[in-house]
Write a protein of this length. Structure first.
Length: 258
């Protein structure tokens, strides 16, 4: 009998505690519902600053409308995220509100791995082959390729290249740049990459007058190995400045010209 009484008392106590918690939660929710938005707070998930806080305010003012002074629970967070996610340099947005009256924006931006320059305009590509325009607010130090770049994207374009051929070429360039970065020596010593009118990539080193005709971005390791062989065997024999072009695009061949 005593055991049953103790069980009933325990159940009643738990029920009372649950009711109290529910009342506190409801009261907190009602109080929070009265809070209004006083501003935005931007947190960056990376070190890039392609998109500034002022940019974000401008996007929301234009595409969302009034949010300052609105109740926190009335702000459509999914709409805020959708507005920011379509901006070219934005990879992902997380929006949430806090009791201090702030609309918080956590921004993850695209990480460029190479910059292309086509005449008067340029664009970046991330590691996934998504290209997006240069940003007025910020530039980041990545390898630059100019000349007759084999991507026909118009100024302001964002997304993957439209043709399979261009997507394949871009994937090759990204793999080539990744190899250069991991090797370190080539990332440090190649100061410019140019695409000539024949579609060949030309590597321009930091020192010397040689221009290395790399050809397509495929088979990067083998071509860089041939460049290494030039510096190891041919340059010491002929001396600096003897050749002006060194063609390494053909398999097992190094073709030098004065």
């Amino acid at each position: 009998m005593k055991t049953k009484v103790r069980i009933l008392i325990s159940v009643a106590a738990l029920a009372a505690l649950a009711a109290l918690c529910a009342l506190i939660h409801a009261a907190t929710a009602r109080e929070r519902a009265l809070h209004t938005c006083e501003g935005i707070r931007v947190e960056y998930a990376d070190d890039y600053r392609f998109v500034t806080e002022e940019d974000i305010k401008g996007y929301l003012d234009k595409h969302y409308g009034a949010y300052i002074g609105q109740r926190l629970d009335s702000i459509a967070l999914h709409k805020v995220e959708a507005i920011l996610d379509v901006q070219s340099a934005v990879l992902k947005t997380e929006a949430y509100t806090t009791d201090d009256g702030m609309l918080n924006i956590r921004l993850t931006q695209r990480e460029p791995v190479i910059r292309f320059q086509k005449g008067s305009y340029g664009f970046y590509s991330d590691v996934n082959g998504f290209i997006f325009p240069l940003q007025e607010n910020y530039t980041t130090p990545v390898p630059i390729m100019d000349g007759a770049v084999c991507i026909t994207a118009p100024e302001g374009y964002k997304g993957a290249p439209e043709s399979e051929k261009e997507r394949a070429w871009l994937a090759g360039v990204i793999a080539m740049v990744d190899y250069m970065d991991k090797s370190r020596i080539w990332a440090e010593n190649i100061v410019q990459m140019h695409v000539d009118d024949d579609g060949d990539i030309v590597m321009i080193p930091r020192e010397g007058k040689e221009r290395f005709i790399f050809g397509s971005p495929t088979d990067a390791k083998a071509k860089f190995d041939r460049m290494s062989d030039y510096y190891r065997y041919i340059l010491p024999e002929k001396g600096e400045g003897y050749y002006s072009t060194v063609n390494v695009k053909f398999d097992k061949q190094i073709v030098c010209k004065k």
